[in-house]
Design a binder for this molecule. Structure first.
Ligand SMILES: C[S@@+](CC[C@H](N)C(=O)[O-])C[C@H]1O[C@@H](n2cnc3c(N)ncnc32)[C@H](O)[C@@H]1O
Length: 242
């Protein structure tokens, strides 16, 4: 059997007949990841503590209900947190978190190009969409890091190494939409993750973007993330680090 597979593979390398299917590659890849997502939801839908699955109507504002659940369940209003948001745009979710947690020892850092998405996304959004001016907040606990994550995150992590290692609970909010941005961010933050940290995905069910980044991250780094809450049929999903 093995020698047949080997022969076929070598033959196809010499005579690349599979290229006939090249125009369908994207759809095959999408179906593969989408099925993986469906399997993941079927496996996890009953164990999440807070969920609206299955809900026929998607409402983007439901994400605030998810945040509210997290804040109450993990008692995040009164203890210091390190909140890192990747993808800030106008700052609507960033502001929500600074309003809910008033502990003077908390630090809130938002990362964004503020010049919009670095790539096209989802067949609708174009590179440069979602550009916004850096939010101005009257709160000394907040910082914004302007630029591509891929250009700014190394230096930020090096400069804040001690803070990150000794930090209180981290709330990591991934809202950059893109596979590349999410995968890069997770791969950089992995060494700072501690049991009990929270990771939120804002577009978890986009199979070829955040979901792909999530599944590759958990399998590549052997990290166990337990889903705790989800809204909009898992579109926004929050995990706790085991
Ligand atoms: C959906 S918006 C963020 C929305 C925001 N969290 C809110 O609640 O309003 C996505 C943002 O991610 C940013 N972004 C995506 N990839 C990035 C990257 N690699 N580096 C920096 N910013 C990025 C875009 O500039 C965009 O502003």
């Amino acid at each position: 059997m093995l020698s047949i597979i080997k022969f076929l593979k070598d033959f196809l390398l010499f005579f690349p007949a599979t290229l006939l299917f090249a125009p369908l590659s994207k759809i095959f890849i999408f179906i593969g990841h989408f099925n993986k997502l469906i399997n993941w939801i079927q496996k996890n839908k009953r164990t999440v503590l807070y969920s609206d699955f299955y809900s026929p109507i998607r409402r983007y504002e439901k994400r605030f209900e998810l945040y509210r659940f997290l804040v109450e369940h993990f008692q995040l209003t009164k203890e210091p947190i390190l909140y890192l948001e990747f993808g800030v745009a106008t700052g609507s979710s960033f502001r929500w978190w600074t309003d809910q947690n008033k502990h003077e020892g908390s630090l809130f850092v938002g990362f964004d190009t503020f010049e919009g998405l670095p790539e096209n996304w989802g067949g609708i959004y174009k590179k440069g969409d979602m550009s916004a001016s850096t939010p101005v907040l009257d709160d000394i606990r907040t910082r914004f890091v302007k630029g591509l994550f891929q250009d700014t995150l190394y230096d930020f992590l090096e400069e804040h190494d001690t803070v990150l290692k000794s930090s209180p609970k981290k709330v990591i909010h991934l809202d950059a939409d893109l596979y590349s941005s999410t995968a890069f961010t997770l791969s950089q933050l992995v060494r700072y993750l501690k049991t009990g940290d929270l990771i939120l995905f804002d577009e978890f069910t986009v199979a070829l973007h955040e979901f792909k980044a999530f599944s590759e991250f958990t399998s590549t780094f052997g990290i166990k993330l337990t889903p705790v809450a989800a809204v909009n049929n898992f579109y926004q999903t929050a995990f706790v680090v085991d």
